[in-house]
Design a binder for this molecule. Structure first.
Ligand SMILES: NC(=O)c1ccc[n+]([C@@H]2O[C@H](COP(=O)([O-])OP(=O)(O)OC[C@H]3O[C@@H](n4cnc5c(N)ncnc54)[C@H](OP(=O)(O)O)[C@@H]3O)[C@@H](O)[C@H]2O)c1
Length: 284
């Protein structure tokens, strides 16, 4: 198949590209940066330099490319700005979907998140509504996710991957990542808030396998949603960092998510079924 990956140079894209190439697909990867274009070509894909905020450019490259499938892994998280990230989700996705529609693309696979659900006591299944009534600053993220997911459904066959919190190589949770730094500096407090994690390798693999998955929205999370008071001390210990302060309570939306649907409908299997062993392997 001809596959166009937007976000090919990102933390997931870099793992995804070789999987697609090895499976025999004709892969094009998009980046704004020349040096990343070279890295994309070294992974066996063709690189195109374009900016997702430039609609004309997007229309031109996708209509020239004529892909069977577009994979959307665009985020703007390197600078840590949720407003910039919401902008790429809204405007970047809008442009990508418009360009894909003009080129008659039949399938799209898109990155979303699994912590955008409305508050509740239990980890969320996919039918739980997005938290569209959340106050600022959370509403910035939710608006971005709602716009992204809605735009993506305009393509006839769509797969929305609601990823848990990424850990593993080159993520914020890697040895030299931002979260590891905060934990070493004793800046994070462990609360009752529940997170669902996903190893970046499993996240990339889900995007690869989703080529064959039916249209739908799937939580891509591990098997063990965990309270901060459970996972953070374990993570700190593996890093040889000081134990975090513990604090009761959590925001209602910090509920984690379940992967039952993707396992039942798509037969998905994880290489890293729980953060307990996954953290150890990723950080040793
Ligand atoms: N679910 C999660 O928890 C989650 C998900 C994703 C990322 N993260 C975290 O975020 C950190 C940074 O992620 P990242 O390394 O993937 O970087 P990033 O800065 O978020 O960029 C991701 C991809 O989007 C592309 N991109 C961004 N804006 C673009 C635009 N206007 N036009 C075209 N392409 C654009 C980038 O291409 P360029 O080469 O042009 O920059 C890159 O390929 C990671 O370390 C990870 O821990 C977490």
């Amino acid at each position: 198949m001809k596959i166009f990956v937007a976000g090919a140079s990102g933390v997931i894209g870099r793992i995804l590209l070789p999987k697609l190439v090895e499976a025999g697909h004709e892969v094009t990867g998009m980046t704004r940066r020349k040096e990343q274009g070279q890295a994309i070509e070294e992974l066996g894909a063709k690189a195109v330099i374009a900016d997702a905020f430039n609609l004309k450019q997007m229309v031109n490259i996708i209509s020239e490319n004529q892909p069977d499938v577009v994979i959307h892994q665009l985020t703007a998280l390197s600078q840590g700005s949720s407003a910039e990230n919401a902008r790429i989700r809204m405007e970047g996705t809008r442009n990508l979907v418009n360009a894909a529609r003009q080129a008659n693309v039949k399938k799209i696979i898109a990155q979303s998140i699994s912590w955008a659900y409305e508050p509740g006591d239990e980890p969320a299944m996919e039918e739980v509504a997005l938290d569209v009534h959340a106050p600022l600053p959370r509403s910035t993220t939710i608006s971005g996710i709602a716009a992204l997911e809605s735009a993506v459904t305009e393509i006839p066959d769509y797969v929305i991957l609601r990823y848990g919190t990424l850990y593993g190589p080159s993520t914020w949770y890697d040895k030299n990542g931002a979260t590891a730094g905060q934990v070493r500096n004793h800046e994070l407090t462990a609360t009752d808030g529940v997170s669902s994690f996903i190893h970046v390798e499993d996240a990339a693999n889900a995007a690869f396998l989703a080529l064959a998955w039916p249209t739908g929205t799937y939580n891509i999370v591990d098997d063990e949603p965990a309270k901060g008071i459970d996972w953070l001390p374990v993570y700190a210990d593996i890093l040889n960092a000081p134990s975090p302060e513990l604090q009761l309570g959590a925001g209602g939306w910090e509920r984690g998510a379940l992967n039952t649907k993707v396992k039942n409908v798509c037969g998905w299997n994880l290489h890293y079924p729980t953060w307990r062993t996954g953290f150890l392997e990723a950080l040793r």
